[in-house]
Design a protein around this ligand. Structure first.
Ligand SMILES: NC(=O)C1=CN([C@@H]2O[C@H](COP(=O)(O)OP(=O)(O)OC[C@H]3O[C@@H](n4cnc5c(N)ncnc54)[C@H](OP(=O)(O)O)[C@@H]3O)[C@@H](O)[C@H]2O)C=CC1
Ligand SMILES: CC(=O)N[C@@H](CCC(=O)OP(=O)(O)O)C(=O)O
Length: 351
């Protein structure tokens, strides 16, 4: 080998911490960060009550793949990680995120929050839809909502990752609304079914194996309703459902189009919106959650009958609905390719 070969200047890795690493979306993030060549997973945390243990003892599938110690989180850790990490991903309950985010920001750390703590712009919606008063309403204006396919501003120090159901149905409906194709008086009707991992890893009776069949819940008052309405700029009827599969969301959204809207106009709206968006796939057949399981994609399909339009979208709730979307935002925030680390799927086989 020639000693004349230019030496590569190593680009510095973005150093990351994950809070909530023992939970489903935090664990997915640990896996994505480990596979991302631009990031280094330096610290991982669970709640204060736990003992420290290797990630692979919590998720044995990742033995010899994700090699990080999951430690108990207390605010004392902020002094320990200050100056050692560039970004902290919060995969925590909403109120825990709301409390810790400003402290991490004060330590100069970029915060990518997967919870709903900073998604809504109107603080007065939190008591009604989240059941608590927001303690840091000023941060609601500072945070940028990172639905990356529709991002129209730079990402600041506080990044609020969209909710899982809102990701699926906003990506489905926004192209039509932006193109002015939806009837002015139309209230979109959205029915969406989530796999059980949407409820997190903690045990609960309604998500235990023998209890889960297929049921609707959260009529009119689910916290994702105001988030979807904020995204779409109009009222919606949103009804979530729980299905007996592990992961994935299938959303079926129904709208009335303006009189005379053609199939070509609808097609153009979707193609224009997603032509250069690598994580949205416009599909030729109605999507199946099994086809997005373990992937960072949102698959979208539509059928029109005169003024009625049905749009079906499918995502993996833990990936495009949570961890992959957070990774996508962090990639952009730190100047990396938007999809870095996202195509090394956990599932490589055809089934
Ligand atoms: N599951 C999903 O499909 C999606 C989830 N989200 C959001 O991501 C966040 C995490 O969800 P999910 O992964 O499902 O939740 P899980 O219940 O699976 O995990 C939550 C994690 O947070 C930790 N934790 C809880 N309270 C605290 C606290 N006060 N301080 C530090 N750590 C704490 C838990 O620790 P321990 O294990 O020790 O209890 C656990 O590691 C939520 O805000 C959720 O709304 C967003 C999109 C989709
Ligand atoms: C099946 C299930 O219970 N799903 C959760 C939503 C998933 C989630 O964690 O919500 P975010 O996207 O807002 O974080 C629910 O309905 O509350």
């Amino acid at each position: 080998m020639s000693s004349e070969l230019p030496t590569q200047t190593p680009t510095s890795l973005v150093k990351a911490a994950v809070l909530g690493a023992a939970g489903y979306s935090g664990a997915e993030l640990c896996a994505l960060l480990t596979r991302n060549p631009h990031f280094e997973l330096c610290f991982a945390y669970a709640s204060a009550g736990r003992k420290a243990e290797p990630f692979s003892s919590l998720y044995p599938r990742f033995q010899q793949q994700v090699d990080v110690l999951v430690e108990p989180w207390t605010d004392d850790e902020i002094a320990r990680i200050k100056g050692k990490v560039d970004v902290a991903f919060l995969a925590l309950p909403h109120e825990a995120s709301e409390e810790v985010a400003p402290k991490l920001m004060a330590a100069g750390i970029v915060v990518v929050d997967l919870s709903g703590a900073f998604r809504l712009k109107q603080a007065d919606l939190y008591p009604k839809f989240y059941g608590y008063e927001h303690q840091h309403p000023a941060l609601l204006n500072e945070a940028v909502y990172s639905l990356m396919e529709w991002l129209d501003k730079p990402l600041p120090q506080l990044i609020s990752v969209p909710g899982c159901y809102p990701t699926a149905c906003t990506l489905a409906l926004l192209p039509l609304l932006k193109a002015g194709l939806v009837a002015d008086n139309c209230i979109p009707v959205i029915n969406a079914t989530s796999g059980v991992s949407g409820a997190g890893r903690k045990a609960a009776l309604n998500t235990s194996f023998c209890e889960v069949g297929l049921n609707a819940y959260g009529f009119f008052k689910h916290r994702h309703r105001p988030e979807i309405e904020q995204n779409l700029g109009r009222k919606v009827v949103f009804t979530p459902h729980l299905g007996n599969f592990k992961r994935g969301i299938l959303a079926t959204s129904v709208v009335t189009l303006k009189a005379g809207v053609t199939a070509e106009q609808v097609k153009a709206a979707f193609h224009h919106a997603y032509a250069n968006k690598p994580l949205v796939r416009l599909t030729a057949t109605s999507p199946n959650v099994a086809d997005v399981d373990g992937t960072p994609f949102c698959d979208i399909f539509w059928q029109q009958d005169g003024e009625q339009l049905v749009v079906v979208s499918a995502i993996d709730n833990l990936l495009k609905g949570a961890a992959a979307q957070a990774m996508q935002a962090a990639n952009v925030k730190f100047g990396k390719a938007e999809t870095a680390g996202l195509f090394a799927f956990a599932k490589a086989g055809v089934l």
